[in-house]
Ligand binder design. Structure first.
Ligand SMILES: C[S@@+](CC[C@H](N)C(=O)[O-])C[C@H]1O[C@@H](n2cnc3c(N)ncnc32)[C@H](O)[C@@H]1O
Length: 286
């Protein structure tokens, strides 16, 4: 596993992996997976023997998490503060520092020049379901002179502990409800759509479509799985999404079908060279 280096008999030294897994975010991830995923594994056989296994469990069917814990993951996190805190820290820390940010994968600098018509008071970016705000903070640091408001949205319980630098607003918002910020240039969803089955994604997207104008862009930061030959990391995530959340990592054709079904069209898909998450840029279909 490489968690430490063996340097002698019964002697181990911390290495970079040791230091990484000791950070609050990765420690949160260890807690999340060991305490939540293992019980799912331990009860999966009884789920298969009773109702069967359904990736998009709907209409009264249970997903593996619900079968193990008696409620969905999101319900569990609303009633379990320690797990919620571990989850939020894990989300904020999950990507290796060597990985490019979404605004490097997506040509944000170029797009910001194209967006130069924005005025003070217009909204540049809404980070929908943005967790503790790590991505919008990173964006603000990278583009301190960018004109326009930046808004972090998430469930009120997530935002309670959030402290952000000046210039970033927080807004409690349930993304299945009407989007209160109209006509933003960018609606950014990182690792949101992969948490939900298609029917729920359609509801969420329809609320965004109703708020978008012709200059708005939807940016989805998620895996775009190849039809064959996927790498280990997205496959692992795909299985986790199925077990935790009755959800999925999507292929390009699945993304196209989902976005087209709500009146959106893909402008371009930006994929980093190392097989990590892509940024899908979409706009209202003409
Ligand atoms: C997988 S995390 C991703 C967080 C962040 N975007 C990131 O990439 O680190 C999913 C986020 O969705 C939020 N969330 C879940 N249900 C939500 C809802 N109905 N409305 C708004 N946010 C929700 C969670 O609180 C969590 O912050």
């Amino acid at each position: 596993m490489g968690y430490a280096d063996e340097v002698g008999e019964n002697t181990y030294a911390a290495n970079d992996t040791t230091k990484l897994v000791c950070t609050p975010g990765m420690a949160g991830g260890e807690r999340h997976h060991t305490e939540l995923l293992y019980p799912i594994g331990g009860t999966i056989t009884s789920l298969m023997r009773t109702q069967g296994f359904h990736q998009f469990a709907e209409d009264g069917l249970k997903d593996p998490f619900e079968h193990a814990f008696g409620c969905t993951l999101w319900e569990f996190l609303t009633t379990n503060e320690e797990h919620k805190a571990a989850f939020d820290l894990y989300m904020a820390a999950r990507r290796p520092a060597s990985q490019k940010s979404w605004f490097e994968v997506y040509p944000a600098a170029q797009r910001l020049i194209e967006m130069s018509t924005l005025k003070e008071g217009d909204v540049l970016l809404v980070d929908v379901g943005g967790g503790l705000g790590h991505e919008v903070v990173g964006f603000k640091k990278a583009f301190p002179e960018a004109v326009g408001r930046m808004v972090l949205q998430d469930l009120p319980a997530t935002l309670e502990s959030v402290k952000l630098p000046n210039g970033i607003e927080t807004m409690g918002h349930d993304f299945f409800q009407p989007q209160p910020v109209k006509g933003a240039r960018i609606y950014f969803l990182r690792q949101i759509m992969h948490d939900w089955m298609d029917s729920k994604c359609r509801t969420m997207l329809q609320e965004l479509v109703a708020a978008m104008d012709s200059d708005s862009r939807l940016l989805i930061d998620d895996y775009v799985m190849p039809a064959t030959g996927a790498e280990f990391r997205p496959i692992h995530m795909d299985i986790c999404m199925m077990l935790y959340l009755r959800a999925v990592e999507r292929t390009r054709s699945q993304w196209v079908a989902l976005l087209n079904s709500v009146g959106l069209e893909i402008v371009e898909v930006f994929t980093p060279a190392n097989g990590f998450e892509s940024v899908i840029e979409a706009k209202l279909a003409v």
